[in-house]
Design a protein around this ligand. Sequence first.
Ligand code: UDP
Length: 484
Amino acid sequence: MATETLHFLLVPHIGPGHTIPMIDMAKLLAKQPNVMVTIATTPLNAVRYGVTKAELPFRFLELPFPTAEAGLPEGCEMTDKIPSVDLVPNFLAAIDMLQQKLEERFGMLKPRPNCIISDKYMSWTGDFADKHQIPRIMFDGMSCFNELCYNNLYVTKVFDGLPESQPFVVPGLPDKIELTRNQLPPEFNPSSIDTSAFRQRARDAEVKAYGVVINSFEELEQEYVHEYKKLRKGKVWCIGPLSLSLNNDSEKSQRGNVSSINEDQCLKWLDSKKPESVVYSCFGSLVRVNTPQLIELGLALEASNHPFIWVIRSDTREKEVEEWLSESGFEERVKDRGLIIRGWAPQVLILSHPSIGGFLTHCGWNSTLESVCAGIPMITWPQFAEQFINEKLVVQVLGIGVSVGVDSVVHVGEEERFGVKVKREGVQKAIEKVMECGIEGIERRNKAKEIGKMANDAIKEGGSSSLNLRLLIQDILHYAKLQM
Ligand code: UDP
């Protein structure tokens, strides 16, 4: 290579929980000397993640999303815009059609990419990378703890034949981690929508990937990083927490979507509260809690007597949720200490405010790691996907969370069927444990702060993640030189 500029092509999965950290990653990579970054995504995603902003350090390559061809409504270009679970198979088919779209535009990519970093669920990028002889690094948006759990479940199938609610130990892990079949991700615990072929392709492409880049930091899960590196012959790079690459409040508040609350209004509300007094409740981008369960959650927040921020995304249930909020008098009763955000919250901005004392979370990995970065203990309420595994890491291994005690997944789109899983008393108890100022509560909080400091140190010059980023670039540079 004449200039020795390395060109990374990033292909995120088009769901917010996957694209958001990849955009952060793109910014981080593009800051490195002699590195350029292109993100291949659909036009509406490009708009959502900033194509209109002049100052972006990377460029977008737009891949038209074949909505009509796949039988999807116009504008359905991201997982949080799929109007009904029945359309999930169509959405997955459309994702696979993106291979052809990239193929048609590949010649436009100058210089030729030296490396593809693509999401696990964009499995077609595996064949694409093979065809063009470009190393493909997988990004799954999860921790090494999780990757190792998944792998060991895939390999051993230890849960096969067990009753759904019987606990079993995940084999081959440094800690004794118990799960039930009911708590497993869809790969091992499918919903009524059959996505098994799509997931199997993702697994096949994962196994043959050149390496894996992880949004985590080594100090968080040292033994798991070690074991996972052994499994992947060393080619694992923990370069996170990626959310810490955001530079200022404005970047934090604009991350992932247009915020439903004005940044100043939000900060003013938080400034008016005592340090570490506020409970922040948000279930990520995809969870849609059914109305009776949502009411239990609201009443628990009210009964806990702490100030709170409650992010509500009710979509099709909006009318009945709004009726309950007003007709039951809830919103009026809590107006002095509860801030309800309908829609998208500036989560990283909120979590980094000193008034936040606890995060009631669904345990999506991004949210979990964002809480870790802010040094905030968690009230854990996993819903689906890998979230029960994340809960184990937070509560059992790290000791920085308290579970509300939910015992099985609620599959996306099937919320009504699952009714109320946790009563208000259970939620309230977990909130109180996390927020209390007794010895246990203080120890948990101090541990969260200690780990938060490690997270912030990891990305600094000389920190483990900053070093890993350099090692990743050197590896790809070396690979590129060998190909010359
Ligand atoms: N997020 C946000 N505001 C919201 C909801 C989510 O900023 O109102 C961000 C959050 O900070 C995180 C991502 O969206 O970075 C959600 O990812 P996560 O892995 O936690 O959950 P998922 O949405 O994938 O279930």
